[in-house]
Design a protein. Sequence first.
Length: 392
Amino acid sequence: MEAFYRTHAYLVEHANAPVRRYLMDEIDWNDRLIGIKGTRGVGKTTFLLQYAKERYGTDRSCLYINMNNFYFAGHGIVEFAGEFRRRGGKVLLIDQVFKYPDWSRELRACHDHYPDLKIVFTGSSVMKLNEENPELCGCVKSYNLRGFSFREFLNLHTGMKFRAYTLDELLENHRQIAQGILAKVRPGEYFQDYLHHGFYPFFLEKRNFSENLLKTMNMMVEVDILLIKQIELKYLPKIKKLLYLLSVSAPKTPNVSRLAGEIETSRATVMNYIKYLAEARLINMIYPERETFPKKPSRIMMHNPNLMYSIYPFKAELQQVLESFLVNTLWKDHTVSKGDKDAPFLVDGHLPLKVCATPQAVKEHTDVIYTLHGADTGKENVIPLWLTGFLY
């Protein structure tokens, strides 16, 4: 146990979260069992350590552990939690909980047997905490940690503390909000950098970002999909090829029959793989309103622009990059469905929206909301695209 305390103290003392994540204030920390899901690379470990540092410092009542530790090959979570509690432990932070084979049953046992112990754990975005783990129903509160928003990226680089805005606030007061921000910084000077490498916090590391992201994408497929969904390793090349085919053909409607032929599998298997890729936050699926899986999506796009620049840096078309940015930033609190020829996207079932790469793409449709790239401020139903990056 002492080795875990020492590791915890070292990690907390050296934890460096350059931006305080929005999720820190959205979580109800009074809950006893909290699950934090997120895409690989978005900073879940840093988030846990920052929470420990803010609330407990190196106080031994809080302890961070990682299920990668070989200790847990021979010891269970319930056993460890009981010993920690006997030593005065109050808050146990468990990273990568899915690496432990029977994690959900053991977490439930901890919840039932140790009412004075709080457990916060992280897991993959592919995990369905309640749907696939019925033993956790009613006792776990689940949250999603996303990559950096443009607002967080801007705050990091400028030292500002701009707050997030709701979509309703932007629709009603976008001009005044934009002018207030422009009085302090020039967001447009940072926007392209964000599109290229700003979503994943590891751009702060002194390594090649694109190579690091490609490695992370491979881990998403190999671990987050194969391991958690219990898919045999021999199918890995098929899933990787499918991701590549989807990425180079996006944002079109997928031809499932052709894709099935390309990777030599069935249509049903292709649809399941597409669903897993979406759950791993590698792609986004756009459906007509009120439709969903297992129906075929009307459009598939990469989950965020950083992925596009890493997979095909010389082919990434501006319009597709901008649409990927907008859909991704909206997805946190809103639904995005297929629109019509005048407005390709329908937000929350009632708001027609179009992304415009140039002013010429803005038309005289007063019922459509246009998000315009390259604009500092907007007017009426035209909002500067960068400002939608302040939705979280």
